[in-house]
Ligand binder design. Structure first.
Ligand SMILES: [Zn+2]
Length: 348
């Protein structure tokens, strides 16, 4: 039985789990992240892996979901909100510590992969997954492979400008990235709270705002509707570019259940098509999708270091999934550093 260990490395906690070949969870543990302590963070991830293997009585593949991205230029982590990881050769250090290859991807890519393998996107070939939480991230899975991209930013739509802005939305809120009006500044949890404060003078958190809207408060309803329309526009631009088979949402704001009816009712006005059939679904594995995606990623044995895709192979299609994972490469960019790498075949 092939076992896969996934680790979700976040700014406040590190979570690890072990899956069997059918995606059943065998073991799980959480540790607080050693803040501002790079060596301690590497050590904590490695210790969780070792502890899992001890509990399982066997070795397993290892995949890690991390914040930010690995710079194709330097091999070091960039763009991480856990800032003590930035500029560090995390993969190299972790592989040295564990004495084996480790597969890495960012959290949104792990969400996309998890949901594409056996979640809400399992019936789709191209899955776009977005995290709507403290920030806004996005990832793409094609044929159960993470699409990394030449610059390792494929799917990262959060710092594109909000499309089709109204007059009031032009020159939008400032973003930590240095620009104004990024999608993240409108659609994230803090972005929605700020919009609520600007529009009705109350900085409500999303659950309270949605509760007030449901109880008939017209001002709260208007704020939620504008947020939904912005989400519809942002996703319409994804559909126009990528036209995914399924769009999956994760993160705290993905729990706003009304959006799954409302947003598809709004995006038709922006998508360049006579009709839009794209399903919009909440992540099936919820908060566990990041760590599950990391496990599936590791099961592929690491794949290309900075390449175009990371394959998940050997996952049977027998769990209601529409296709076999041994399908040919999807997309055009898989020639240079693809799953033909020996690392792909390095399985436990
Ligand atoms: Zn930004």
């Amino acid at each position: 039985m092939e076992l896969a260990i996934g680790v979700d490395l976040g700014g406040t906690k590190i979570e690890a789990l072990a899956l069997d070949g059918e995606g059943r969870e065998l073991w799980r543990k959480r540790l607080p992240t050693p803040r501002d302590d790079y060596a301690g963070t590497v050590d904590a991830v490695a210790r969780l892996v070792e502890e899992a293997e001890q509990a399982l009585g066997t070795s397993a593949s290892v995949g890690v979901g991390h914040p930010g991205a690995i710079s194709p230029a330097t091999g070091r982590i960039k763009n991480a909100n856990a800032t003590w990881l930035n500029g560090r050769p995390f993969r190299e250090d972790l592989e040295r510590r564990l004495g084996r290859p480790v597969a890495l991807a960012n959290d949104a890519n792990c969400l996309a992969l998890s949901e594409a393998v056996d979640g809400a996107g399992a019936d789709g070939w191209v899955v776009f997954a977005a995290i709507l939480g403290t920030g806004v991230g996005g990832g793409i899975a094609v044929g159960r492979r993470v699409l990394v991209g030449a610059n390792a930013v494929a799917g990262e739509w959060g710092h594109n400008p909000l499309p089709w802005p109204t007059a009031e939305e032009r020159d939008g809120p400032p973003c930590y990235c240095g620009r104004r009006g990024c999608i993240e500044t409108w659609l994230s949890g803090p972005g929605l709270r700020e919009a609520c404060r600007r529009e009705i003078g109350l900085a409500l958190e999303a659950p309270e705002l949605v509760r007030r809207a449901a109880s008939g408060d017209p001002r709260a309803e208007a704020v939620v509707r504008r947020w939904e329309d912005r989400l519809a526009r942002a996703l319409a631009s994804v559909i126009n570019l990528l036209d995914p088979d399924v769009i999956v949402l994760g993160g705290g704001l993905s729990r706003i259940s009304r959006l799954y009816d409302r947003v598809p009712g709004m995006w038709g006005a922006y998508v360049f098509s006579d009709r839009v059939v794209t399903p919009l679904r909440p992540a099936r594995h919820g908060d566990s999708s990041g760590v599950r995606g990391a496990a599936w990623l590791g099961r592929a044995g690491g794949a290309a270091r900075y390449g175009t895709s990371l394959a998940v192979e050997g996952q049977s299609g027998g769990r209601g999934c529409g296709h076999s994972a041994s399908s040919p490469h999807a997309g055009s960019g898989s020639s240079s550093s693809s799953s033909s790498s020996p690392r792909t075949r390095n399985r436990p």
